[in-house]
Design a protein around this ligand. Structure first.
Ligand code: NDP
Length: 406
């Protein structure tokens, strides 16, 4: 029986993870669940899975949860606060950790899991964007197994040479595996075919209505701006050890081909499947075996056609920002990530125009200087500086007429 801790349990990836785990009660035991403040949902999950531990970063919510679980007669131990996430990530009872917290809030617990020698199922792409070298270093030093959950990176992982050797599950083998380049597919998001002139008036609801995937609001907006693909480019460089010039972004509106690996001999291997996160989650839980995920068979005849085209960097300026951050290196991806998180939240709150998201990020990248990624505190320090700079930009822009959302 494998013990699993699910961090970000109440979110989209967390729910999909519990759906897969619930199908395999003889193989997996949920030992810990963690979230921020969705008490109702975390309580329901605790009643269903009866974990030994639950954690909520909001202390008042943790107290409410503890009272409810005690009333229900559950022995679950409830922890509170940011540090509780790290405790959940290194529990001896959990051999696997699903890192599915959204944003920079997931960095400390991801690093803790990476350093603990466990199997790390990594959905929290922001931790690799902010501190890729630190995460990969921790994985290698501890002998952890890092399996990417992001569907594109999981597809690449599946297309790379498979080996029972644990080191292959650490990724970072692209250079030595005869890989010429990676092709990272992108759906293009809800505004793929919208004229540029209409993008200035999009609402958060329109941005979150992804045509193929049901996801949390932050990643949905990232998909709409195509910043998600930029974050994934940085993520792929960190995971697979290749420079950005050897990773091509290809728009594929059907989201059936999740990504591809081209080898030196011209062979191109792809992983296909219905757009449902339970597939990469089940793959990562079972690797190197396979287990059922609940995902329907792919009906290629119904899908009919698979299209591929070049991305339009003019309509989606966020696309150019990630390569620029990689070129500058060091802490610049962390600065980009922080500015993006602030800008996306401001857009979701109705304080920033959709078209101002890339403008805020670019200005912050110009204003805040980086340096090398030496340790966690340096990363968190620049994250805080970039957030302050981004808040100033949002305030300045929301005062201008274009930025006001009704
Ligand atoms: P959601 O917004 O749906 O869920 C986020 C989860 O993180 C919730 O459980 C939330 O708890 C928790 N959380 C948020 N902030 C904190 C915090 N400060 N402390 C502790 N917990 C916190 O996000 P998604 O599931 O969509 O995405 C999760 C991660 O996976 C992201 O990094 C995303 O980029 C990545 N990803 C997601 C995909 C998807 O299909 N959704 C696909 C590929 C990658 P609460 O509910 O209590 O607020």
């Amino acid at each position: 029986m494998i013990g699993v801790a699910v961090l970000g349990a109440t979110g989209s990836v967390g729910e999909s993870t519990l759906d897969v785990l619930g199908r395999h009660p003889d193989e997996f035991r949920v030992v810990a669940l963690a979230a921020r403040r969705n008490v109702d949902r975390l309580a329901e999950q605790c009643l269903q899975f009866r974990p030994a531990y639950a954690a909520m970063t909001d202390p008042a919510c943790a107290a409410t949860l503890a009272a409810r679980l005690a009333d229900a007669g559950l022995p679950t131990r409830v922890l509170a606060g940011e540090r509780a996430l790290e405790e959940m990530a290194i529990l001896p009872e959990a051999q696997y950790v699903m890192a599915a917290i959204v944003g920079a809030a997931g960095l400390r617990s991801t690093l803790a899991a990476a350093g603990s020698g466990k199997r790390l199922l990594l959905a929290n792409k922001e931790s690799l964007v902010m501190a890729g070298p630190l995460v990969m270093q921790a994985v290698r030093a501890s002998g952890a197994q890092l399996i990417p959950i992001d569907s594109e990176h999981n597809a690449i992982f599946q297309c790379l040479p498979q080996s029972k050797d644990q080191s292959m599950a650490v990724c970072g083998e692209g250079e030595s595996a005869g890989v010429r380049r990676l092709l990272l597919t992108a759906s293009g998001g809800p505004f793929l075919n919208w004229p540029a002139a209409e993008l200035g008036s999009v609402t958060p609801e329109q941005a979150c209505a992804h045509p193929n995937w049901v996801m949390g609001r932050k990643i949905s907006v990232d998909s709409a701006t195509l910043m998600n693909k930029g974050l994934e480019l940085i993520e792929a460089c960190a995971l697979f050890g290749l420079p950005p010039e050897r990773i091509e972004i290809v728009i594929h509106p059907q989201s059936i081909v999740h990504s591809l690996v081209e080898y030196l001999d011209g062979s191109v291997l792809a992983q296909l499947g219905s757009p449902d996160m339970r597939t990469p989650i089940a793959q990562a839980l079972a690797w190197p075996q396979r287990i059922a995920s609940g995902v329907q068979s792919l009906d290629l005849i119904k899908v009919g056609k698979l299209e591929f085209r070049a991305p339009d960097a003019a309509r989606f300026p966020c696309l150019a920002l990630a390569p620029a951050a990689i070129r500058q290196g060091g802490l610049m991806p962390a600065i980009l990530n922080a500015a993006n998180e602030v800008a996306v939240q401001a857009f979701l709150d109705g304080r920033l125009n959709f078209l101002d998201i890339p403008a805020v990020i670019e200005t912050v990248m110009n204003d805040v200087s980086g340096g090398p990624v030496t340790d966690l505190e340096t990363v968190l320090g620049v994250d805080a500086l970039a957030r302050e700079a981004a808040q100033r930009q949002v305030a300045a822009r929301s005062a201008s007429p274009r930025s006001a959302h009704a």
